[in-house]
Design a protein around this ligand. Structure first.
Ligand code: PLP
Length: 435
């Protein structure tokens, strides 16, 4: 039932959840398990933003009260996001996204320390660090990408050994977006401090899932992106520790105390502030209920679907993330079949220039291309329910079995046939269906 929304000649299908009442769009239930890619904007966040789109649209830099009242709200949001990471509001610079924050840190560290042309990072960072480093390398910088082991862990002794006198900055993500593996950020920060080198952490995947306290950790820079914590896309922040030298990346007006030019994205900043407040209140739910959902999803898949393996599970992990290798099948096929059922998950593969390459994270973990191409990331969030996990578990084993039956690389012995799978799943693994 329902029609579709035509946008510039293309069609959008609306998810059933969050459908604006009275809208003329196709209703389709979406089962969203891709919260590391982006998150639903929380209704509370939309509420907080609306007045700043509709009524209070003044420029916060304007001298009259129509502008200054908006500036006041931006400062309140700065306090809210600072509280999320244990920072002082003055240490927060609002940016356009996590990518900008990451880029700004590397550029600033090089610009403020002209004699230092070495960057130390890891092989599993987000492309906002890795690809930027590759460009910097072409411009004459030296970059070390630290390896990880088969579980996605870093060797901290090697990290220490890799710091040089000309190292401008060490950049290590707090948690990995593909595997959820959490790095020992406090220990890494302590090593950097003892070696008098700047330390940046890309914490984009961590808020609302882990307790973040920049004071306790001792990072000099930290990146966040609002759309990973139920706020809109196109807004991020960079924490710069007080008295740390910083050179602006965007040069223009005097916004953000002269640290980032450009008229503030007021409504999104306000939304980010509200989302930061919500993230603090939802930390426990994420670490109990969401973790239990993730564990049930993961354990059931491993038990019911043969030839599967968990990636990075021996290391501390984010409570919402599961990365599973499905042997003898390509992730892209799984994604397409699940999409037909309204299920959103993502692959560990990056699609580059038309060819499917295994993800750099899986490659860095030493996972062979054949297995890496079958890796799927499930990332849950506070809006996921038991019933949604049941729906996924009801369909996934059959999707895999069908794809394997059609695959030229199918396993020699199918431990379970298609007809075996459904009753096993339904009777043993789906408590909500037994209610
Ligand atoms: N860093 C990490 C770890 C991420 O997961 C992402 C987004 O996926 C980014 C940075 C980039 O953030 P943004 O999309 O706001 O540019």
């Amino acid at each position: 039932m329902g029609s579709r929304l035509a946008v510039s000649g293309s069609e959008l299908t609306m998810p059933l959840v969050g459908l604006p009442s009275g809208s003329d769009m196709t209703e389709r239930k979406t089962f969203y398990f891709d919260n590391n890619a982006t998150t639903r904007v929380a209704p509370e966040v939309v509420e907080a933003m609306l007045p700043f789109l509709r009524d209070f649209w003044g420029n916060p830099s304007s001298a009259y009260s129509f502008g200054s009242q908006v500036a006041k709200r931006v400062e309140e949001a700065r306090e809210q996001v600072a509280a999320l990471i244990g920072a002082e509001p003055k240490e927060i610079i609002f940016t356009s996204c996590g990518t900008e924050s990451n880029n700004a840190v590397l550029q600033s560290a090089l610009a403020t320390q002209p004699g230092k042309r070495h960057i130390l990072t890891t092989a599993v960072e987000h492309s906002a660090i890795i690809r930027h480093c590759e460009v910097l390398r072409k411009q004459g910088c030296d970059v070390t990408f630290l390896p990880v082991d088969a579980e996605g862990a870093l060797d901290l002794h090697l990290l220490d050994q890799s710091i040089r006198t000309e190292t401008a900055v060490v950049s290590v993500m707090w948690a990995n977006n593909e595997t959820g593996v959490v790095f020992p950020i406090e220990e890494i920060a302590a090593i950097c401090r003892s070696r008098h080198v700047l330390f940046h952490t890309d914490a984009t995947q961590a808020p609302g899932k882990l307790k973040l306290d920049v004071g306790e950790v001792g990072a000099d820079f930290l990146t966040l992106s609002a759309h990973k914590l139920h706020a809109p896309k196109g807004i991020g922040l960079l924490y710069v520790r007080r008295r740390t030298k910083f050179q602006p990346y965007l040069i223009g007006g005097h916004q953000e105390r002269g640290k980032r030019g450009g008229t503030e994205n007021v409504a999104s900043i306000v939304g980010f502030g509200r989302a930061a407040e919500l993230a603090l209140t939802r930390l426990e739910d994420e670490n109990t209920r969401v973790r239990a959902l993730r564990d049930r999803l993961e354990n059931t898949i491993l038990r019911v679907v043969p030839n599967t393996r968990r990636n990075g599970a021996k290391e501390p992990r984010l409570p919402n993330t599961s990365n599973i290798a499905f042997d003898f099948v390509e992730a892209e096929g799984i994604l397409l079949k699940l999409d037909e059922l309204g299920i959103c998950v993502s692959s560990g593969s990056a699609c580059t220039t038309g060819s499917l390459n295994p993800s750099h994270v899986m490659t860095a973990m030493g996972i062979k291309p054949a297995r890496a191409k079958g890796c799927v990331r499930f990332s849950l969030g506070v809006y996921n329910t038991d019933e949604e996990v049941d729906y996924l578990l009801t369909h996934l084993p059959q999707v895999i079995a069908r794809l394997r039956e059609a695959s030229p690389e199918k396993p020699a012995r199918h431990a379970k046939t298609l007809s075996d799978l459904a009753p096993v799943v339904l009777s043993q693994c789906l408590p909500s269906l037994q209610k």
